[in-house]
Design a binder for this molecule. Structure first.
Ligand code: TAP
Length: 500
């Protein structure tokens, strides 16, 4: 394995070209969506299938500050009417969007697999989850948003209401190109906000399909607007825009921190869900086959490109070899290949650049003293599932997010040391434990610094009705996404006293 091998990957991304280039039949021609109109541009960016470097998947306009201005103005203009509609009516639009997405589920999954590179099964799971999320938030249109309170004054009716914050900017990453825009847009919309979405620039086709589903569902013009383009240009313009009342961002810590500062300067509300370095603690009583299965699927499912992917394991001294034997055997069952092949269980790395990053993390780990157990081979757009042992808690590979199929295995000599290692990163998104010892599981749940805790389950995957988000550097921690409380971020509270 070498960085050169990684660089030979022929999949490209984000290249900007003049419009009017010939495209294959299966290429999605994405458009900005503003005030209900689909808008192209002279400057476009092309996205090739990462597994087949010569297959063009999508072409999208490259939006600038002017387009962002137009989109925000459209969202602002449509805000009063949308906010004045009943929650039930807004929810009904979301329910119809879910129906439209389910009707196109196979097309959407195929597009995600071609554009982002996850397997068809994984992409189908994403589409189903996005539809379920839309249905869940559709049902919230009928739920109370506010409460009635007793007053010290017996002749007082005292109540709170939750109003939409107004125009919300949604900035999303590439790894769940349909599900993440949905889990932000659906609670924002049902709560009565209008939105401008800036999707990740390498997955415009998936967002385009989703926007078509909203349109087909009868979402009024201007309520959901989409601006394609780069983060540095369109994304930044959206975050800086004085008419955007709140920003919900999911992505890397580096970008999230900058957005936090920009939003704070103009007192805009901001929600940040960022990276992770999610650990799995394998206790001595654990079923090793289960532990190996959870770690292999958690680390290498979705090609390790999930914020909640398992990227480090802690085993107790004396259990390491038994665990590694089971893990390697389970990992050998993974079939790498074209995401559209039904036998494939792990797709390519999303871009050439990400592959180079993954490879450089492996090289750094080896230079720090880690040992390669298996994997570490980059070929074309693919990286074999990589297991590293003899990793020490202070190594970069033990602490920093890779966002690829790389798993670091560490050994602890006592339960206290195990917990120190588990909590020994700046992140706190998801964490798991494999054990049948209920007391150990409960103690783990109490002492781990993570927003999502899994006992005998994958670190990835959550229910749509449960709050989701990280702690410490994984989130700004003010508001949770998903679940019933997701609307908190998208609403502001008013307290009304009515004397009689
Ligand atoms: P980023 O590079 O941070 O990009 C995320 C989004 O921000 C993209 O739309 C990007 O546009 C945009 N952006 C970039 N620079 C910007 C700027 N200066 N101002 C405004 N927007 C800007 O992340 P990514 O590579 O797409 O995604 C991977 C990261 O997301 C990982 O760290 C992963 O852990 C994290 N993630 C977290 C979660 C949760 S829920 N915690 C879920 C999924 C992913 P471009 O696409 O044009 O760069």
């Amino acid at each position: 394995m070498s960085a050169d091998a990684a660089a030979s990957d022929s999949s490209r991304s984000g290249e900007t070209v003049p419009s009017g280039q010939p495209m294959t039949a299966a290429c999605v021609e994405a458009r900005h969506l503003i005030r209900g109109r689909w808008i192209g541009a002279e400057r476009t960016a092309r996205r090739w299938n990462p597994a087949r470097g010569d297959e063009l998947v999508s072409v999208a306009p490259v939006g600038d500050r002017n387009i962002v201005d137009e989109a925000v103005a459209a969202a602002r203009a449509s805000a009063p009417v949308w906010a004045s509609m009943s929650g039930e009516a807004r929810g009904a639009v979301l329910a119809r969007t879910a129906g439209a997405l389910r009707a196109r589920a196979s097309e959407a999954a195929t597009l995600i697999a071609r554009e982002e590179g996850k397997t068809l099964a994984e992409a189908s799971g994403e589409v189903g989850r996005a539809a379920a999320m839309l249905e869940f938030y559709a049902s919230l249109g009928r739920q109370p948003l506010g409460s009635t309170l007793p007053s010290a004054d017996g002749s007082m009716h005292l109540y709170t209401t939750r109003e939409p914050v107004g125009v919300v900017g949604l900035v999303t990453p590439w790894n769940f190109p349909i599900a993440i825009p949905v889990w932000k847009a659906a609670p924002a919309l049902v709560a009565g906000n209008t939105v401008v979405v800036k999707p990740a620039s390498i997955v415009p086709g998936s967002m385009h399909l989703l926007a078509e589903c909203f349109e087909e569902a009868g979402l009024p013009a201007g309520v959901l607007n989409v601006v394609h383009g780069s983060g540095g240009e369109a994304g930044q313009a959206l975050v800086e825009h004085p008419e955007v009342d709140a920003i919900s961002f999911t992505g890397s810590g580096a970008v999230g921190r900058r957005i936090n500062i920009t939003a704070a300067e103009r007192m805009a509300r901001v929600q940040l869900e960022l990276g992770g370095k999610n650990g799995m603690l394998v206790m001595p009583d654990a079923d090793m086959e289960l532990a190996a299965d959870l770690c292999a699927r958690g680390a290498f499912g979705l090609t390790g490109q999930a914020c909640t992917a398992t990227s480090r394991v802690v085993v107790m001294e004396g259990d390491e070899q038994r665990f590694l034997d089971a893990l390697v055997a389970r990992t050998m069952q993974i079939r790498i290949g074209d995401p559209l092949d039904p036998d494939t269980t792990m797709g390519p790395v999303v871009t050439e650049q990400q592959l180079r990053t993954d490879v450089s993390w492996i090289e750094r780990a080896l230079a720090d003293g880690a040992e390669l157990v298996s994997g570490g081979v980059a070929s074309g757009a693919f990286l074999t599932p990589t297991i590293l042992r003899r990793v020490e808690p202070e190594h970069a590979i033990a602490r920093e997010e890779v966002f690829g199929p790389v798993l670091a295995v560490m050994v602890a000599r006592s339960p206290e040391e195990a917990m120190r290692i588990m909590n020994g990163t700046e992140y706190g998104l998801s964490a798991g434990i494999v054990t049948n010892d209920l007391a150990a599981a409960m103690e783990f749940s109490r002492t781990i610094d993570a927003g999502v805790i899994k006992v005998n389950r994958l670190t990835t995957g959550t229910d749509v009705n449960a709050p989701f988000g990280g702690m410490r550097a994984s989130s700004n921690g003010l508001f949770r996404e998903q679940g019933f409380s997701a609307t908190d971020f998208f609403t502001r509270v008013k307290t009304t006293y009515v004397g009689f």
